[in-house]
Design a protein. Structure first.
Length: 319
């Protein structure tokens, strides 16, 4: 990478309010990009075949990991992409898998092999096999993503989530929020999608969505609700924004918690009822967002220095 390009990315990160740890991660990604020049001289296919021959008839598995960074500078500035090759046994033809990962507080845009565009939100991961696009187009999402799916009537596009549910489409634009196994939320911008989930007693159920609708699935209670919503609010994150229209603080904290991988501890629950309006709100660093929010309400916030080291950062909300 050219020196001026590297400097431009680091300056951009600082202007966006990235803190020290985030800037350090970005520098590491840029170092990985520089290493691509060396990696590109290696014939990966031949190296893989040599590795398989060395494994021979061993019964135990091995895993060969190769860490890569996004080749496009615009995506590399905010994402780390890891390609891992699984080699388990010479008698089992395991597929190769690609994993796309975005750091907390950032977003990344990727183009799939079939030209489907995926925008990943902060702290999100998308995986897919090397056979993607041959017979099917299946991905697994942990986090939040916006999809603009290339049309292919012969190969449906399937998004699997941690809550044992999945979305099936053939060519459309939609958003999936599936950070954990408790459930997920699907918002359809245009086209049509089918949502399938497995209930408590193992029975599968299907729900179809129309443009402008949002589906909310709660796994523990087996509840599925569908309602018309202003879809722009659900996809504003991909442009680094939030649309506030009588939005309660509780919903805003949920958005920030997912995007920045932090936990909020609210000491005064009445704070959560405060609603924010004012149109489009641009998201920069987490600290700047919280400072801006507290200007128009009476809550205060601070980091919990006593939080256990194995927990994500904890922010206390109080009056």
């Amino acid at each position: 990478m050219k020196r001026e390009d590297r400097k431009a990315i680091l300056d951009w990160a600082e202007d966006m309010g990235a803190d020290g740890p985030v800037r350090k991660k970005i520098k590491g990604i840029l170092d990985d990009i520089d290493a691509l020049d060396v990696l590109n001289t290696v014939d990966v296919e031949k190296a893989l075949e040599r590795t398989k021959r060395k494994i021979g008839r061993r019964k135990y598995g091995r895993m060969l990991w190769i860490g890569l960074a996004g080749a496009a500078v615009s995506a590399a500035a905010c994402t780390a992409v890891f390609l891992f090759l699984g080699i388990l046994s010479p008698t089992v033809q395991d597929p190769l898998y690609s994993e796309l990962k975005v750091n907390p507080g950032m977003t990344g845009t990727f183009v799939m092999p079939d030209s489907t565009v995926v925008v990943l939100n902060g702290a999100s991961t998308l995986t897919y096999s090397s056979g993607y696009g041959d017979r099917s187009r299946e991905v697994t999402l942990c986090g939040e993503a916006y999809f603009d799916v290339a049309k292919d009537a012969d190969a449906p596009f399937i998004v699997r989530t941690p809550s044992d549910s999945y979305v099936t489409v053939y060519g459309t634009q939609f958003n999936v929020d599936a950070y954990d196994s408790d459930g997920c939320r699907v918002t359809l911008i245009n086209g049509s999608v089918g949502f399938r989930y497995v209930g408590k007693y193992g029975k599968s159920s299907d729900v179809m969505l129309e443009p402008g609708e949002r589906l909310v699935y709660e796994k523990d209670s087996d509840l599925v609700s569908v309602a018309e919503v202003p879809v722009k609010s659900d996809i504003a994150w991909k442009d680094g924004k939030m649309i506030l229209d009588a939005t309660p603080l509780s919903e805003i904290l949920d958005i920030l918690s997912k995007r920045y991988s932090v936990e909020f501890e609210v000491q005064d629950q009445s704070c959560l009822d405060y609603r924010y309006s004012g149109g489009t709100f641009t998201i920069f660093s987490l600290e700047k967002v919280l400072e801006t929010l507290q200007y128009s309400s009476s809550f205060k916030w601070r980091y919990d220095d006593a939080a256990a080291p194995d927990r994500p950062p904890v922010i206390i909300i109080y009056r």
